[in-house]
Design a binder for this molecule. Structure first.
Ligand code: GYE
Length: 324
């Protein structure tokens, strides 16, 4: 009886010891994947939400993250990627601020045998082998959806002409080029749509305000609608419209992109008419992709997240907090 009890105790101790030891052994045998991420800056709630999401998902996946921030300068971003190569991270991911000028540094990454993933924006290159894949929104479709809303709104208001001003994102960046293209291609089929002017707002709130002030000075009450390439510039433009004695959302229709909480709240107040969602939550897809690349497995060339449109036609009272 006593012998049996002692044996049982020994067995239990053994099992406990095994389970306590097992994870430690695994952790020692499998080094954590080291992901280097070069973020382009902190210009918007999208960008800050994107950085946070990547940090949170790296943690959730048990991936070590080396995060760099280029503060809106391509030269900083190239230097950041070089330092990730020198550090010999397992995978490099980056959000290219503009499309051109990456070949040299990406050839260096390739020579070092480090796979590269593009996040959010794409690049212009003749050598498609310089990156494994792209995880980011379908910006062309976002532009199309913005224009489709405006066409629907013109129908509902019974307007014969809509004079539009466009405030564009960063010059030579993918979202700027594709949102503009999608929007222009779509309004081209509707004779009521008339573009008064298109200006560069660099995705910044301060520039959105400046652009709107200038546009109002030149065109005043002729402006019927603003197509702004992101929430930040829209939020900058809004008080300028009010200062000019007009009611945003009524006298001037506002169409924005991103769908951060602040902009959604303004949409609910009726001062923004339409926001096309552009989700910054790309972190979990990025982590899955990094793991696959580390294991030498193939990855999808392009992954677009699901996105929706929020408008003054919708009941948004039950919309979950946006998280960015
Ligand atoms: O819409 C804007 C940001 O690249 C999709 O960049 C991104 C854009 C986003 O700063 O707010």
């Amino acid at each position: 009886m006593r012998k049996g009890f002692v044996r049982l105790l020994l067995l239990a101790a053994c099992l406990l010891g095994l389970t306590a030891c097992a994870p430690k052994q695994d952790a020692a045998e499998t080094p954590r994947l080291l992901l280097g991420f070069s973020q382009l800056g902190s210009e918007s709630s999208y960008r800050i939400g994107n950085t946070r999401d990547i940090e949170a998902q790296a943690e959730a996946y048990g991936i070590s993250l080396m995060m760099k921030n280029a503060n809106q300068k391509q030269e900083n971003q190239i230097a950041d990627i070089r330092s990730l190569i020198a550090y010999r991270v397992d995978v490099i991911a980056f959000s290219p601020i503009v499309e051109d000028g990456w070949d040299t540094v990406l050839i260096e990454a390739k020579r070092a045998g480090i796979p590269v993933v593009l996040v959010d924006r794409t690049i212009n290159t003749k050598d498609e082998s310089l990156y494994a894949g792209l995880i980011g929104s379908d910006f062309y479709r976002e532009g199309v959806m913005a224009a489709e809303y405006l066409i629907r709104k013109a129908d509902r208001l019974g307007r014969e002409q809509i004079n539009i001003v466009e405030i564009r994102g960063t010059e030579n960046s993918t979202p700027m080029k594709q949102r503009q293209q999608g929007f222009m291609d779509t309004i081209a089929g509707d004779r009521r749509m008339h573009l008064l002017s298109s200006v560069d707002g660099d995705f910044l709130r301060s520039r959105g305000a400046e652009c709107m002030r200038d546009l109002l000075k030149t065109y005043g009450r002729q402006i019927d609608a603003v197509f702004s390439h992101n929430d930040e510039m829209t939020i900058g433009a809004l008080p300028e419209i009010e200062k000019a004695g007009m009611v945003p959302g009524k006298d001037i229709l506002l169409i924005s992109i991103d769908g951060g909480q602040d902009a959604i709240d303004i949409l609910k107040e009726g001062k923004i008419n339409c926001i096309v969602e552009c989700t910054p939550k790309l972190g979990s897809i990025l982590m899955e992709t990094a793991v696959r690349l580390k294991n030498g497995e193939p990855v999808e060339r392009v992954i677009h997240p699901e996105e929706q449109v929020f408008t003054d036609e919708d009941d948004l009272s039950h919309l979950a907090p946006r998280g960015y």
